[in-house]
Design a protein around this ligand. Structure first.
Ligand SMILES: Cc1ncc(COP(=O)(O)O)c(C=O)c1O
Length: 431
């Protein structure tokens, strides 16, 4: 077993550049721990981080610590991270202003009998930043509030039906999970889906269920796993806005993944949606557990009638982290920075594909890009490309969109591209 190297200390927050690892990287500690985990944890690692969907042995299974845009795994390998914890890591691991705020709040206590004043301050901060928002509520995970906003739409309209985009992810609750286990047909009795950007299909559903549709839940752009990302067409956005207005249906924007990455005030403004309710989560507190839903004034009475609580939901530290994160996002115009860095990364990545004769396809906004091997329906070649990138110390996911963080610098992007150049040289793709 190789001894894990200390690449940097998060306690002293002194970052060091990653060491150049000999190929192939060693994931022996990760794999040994995974075998132990499988004895006591169903599936060993469950959910979206399961290693089951990637090439066996090609990626680490356990992280140990992170700083900025890099993290270290259990075997001492370090990676320039382009997954950013599947989204929460907006400003980078261990952002000093966020951590100081969270630590100061934590020092005063956790999970009190009551909310703290931080909850009011945070609601005020969201209402000030998000143009259509008149109120805010808080929970821990995205799914807590995608499900709650669906209930608010039903309470407000007195209608049962919810329209959703086919293949869109809104969490693990029964009405929306992409999994198959444990469901009964009644869970989806009033959920109807349609293909993203398909105006005709949406119009048909509105006509078919006239007067019965409580809410239309959307993501700002479509970012399914095992597929290219898809931006909304102006005609689709206009149809969503018009149909909701005409039918008295609430528009719910699930901004859990994109929120505060594309715009400082919520992603609806980027594409022109007119939501009644929006949900934020991943980036809002730079990794501290918090989600938020906001809504229009008219929905406040209905929102106050839909019971909402959880054991840890008043915990002040994540709220302090969110206030600090939102302040940095606005002060440093983080979305503009992410877009510029993402553009640099994607342009460089595509150029490497051309240089090495590997046709690539890029999709999604530059701040949340996804690049895969073109003409690769099984995603095997994309898995091989990502495995080669990981072997060179660049963490890419083969079938989930990527994230740029504000902790990436131009030098980090260029270093990642240099490493990818080597990855392409070592790459042998299945035919
Ligand atoms: C768009 C979207 N909605 C909802 C969720 C669910 O959030 P959580 O996993 O925090 O419950 C996710 C999580 O990835 C998401 O990407």
């Amino acid at each position: 077993m190789r001894e894990a190297k200390v690449i940097y200390s998060v306690r002293t927050c002194v970052p060091l550049p990653p060491s150049r690892e000999p190929l192939p990287l060693n994931f022996a500690n990760s794999q040994a721990l995974f075998r132990r985990a499988a004895e006591v944890i169903p599936g060993g690692i469950y959910g979206h981080t399961t290693p089951a969907a990637t090439l066996p042995g090609a990626t680490p299974y356990y992280a140990v610590e992170g700083f900025g845009c890099r993290y270290r795994d259990l075997d001492g390998n370090t990676f320039i991270d382009f997954l950013c914890g599947y989204g929460p890591m907006l400003l980078g691991y261990h952002h000093p202003e966020v951590e100081d705020a969270a630590t100061a709040a934590r020092a005063r206590g956790a999970a009190f009998n009551h909310p703290t004043p931080l909850m009011v301050e945070l609601a005020e901060a969201l209402v000030a930043r998000i143009d259509f928002a008149d109120w805010a509520v808080f929970a821990k995970n995205g799914a807590d509030l995608t499900s709650w906003t669906v209930m608010v739409a039903r309470e407000y309209t007195g209608r049962p039906k919810i329209l959703k985009i086919r293949g869109a992810y809104h969490g693990t609750h029964a009405w929306c999970t992409l999994g198959h286990g444990g469901l009964i047909p009644e869970d989806r009795a009033h959920i109807h889906d349609f293909p993203f950007n398909d105006v005709a299909a949406l119009e048909t559903l509105f006509a078919l269920h006239r007067g019965r549709i409580a809410g239309l839940i959307l993501t700002p752009f479509h970012h399914p796993a095992f597929a290219d990302s898809e931006l909304p067409s102006p005609a689709f956005v206009a149809a969503c806005n018009r149909l909701c207005r005409e039918h008295g249906t609430l528009q719910i924007l699930d901004d859990v993944r994109c929120g505060f990455r594309l715009s400082t005030g919520g992603s609806h403004s980027v594409y022109g949606y007119t939501p009644d309710l929006s949900i934020y989560c991943k980036a809002i507190a730079n990794g501290h557990p918090l989600s938020a839903a906001v809504g229009r004034a008219a929905l406040k009475p209905a929102a106050s009638r839909v019971f909402l609580t959880g054991s840890y939901w008043n915990d002040p530290a994540p709220m302090a982290a969110a206030l600090a994160t939102l302040a940095v996002i606005e002060r440093d115009n983080i979305p503009a920075r992410l877009a510029a860095l993402g553009e640099r990364f994607v342009t460089g990545f595509l150029a490497l594909g051309e240089k090495h004769g590997v046709p690539l396809r890029a999709s999604g906004p530059p701040a949340m890009p996804y690049v895969r091997v073109a003409d690769d329906p099984s995603f095997i070649r994309t898995q091989q490309l990502c495995a080669a990138a990981v072997a060179e110390g660049v963490f890419l996911h083969p079938h989930h969109n990527w994230f740029i963080s504000a902790a990436h610098t131009e030098a980090d992007i260029d270093e990642a591209l240099q490493r990818l150049d080597t990855a392409f040289l070592n790459l042998s793709l299945s035919s």
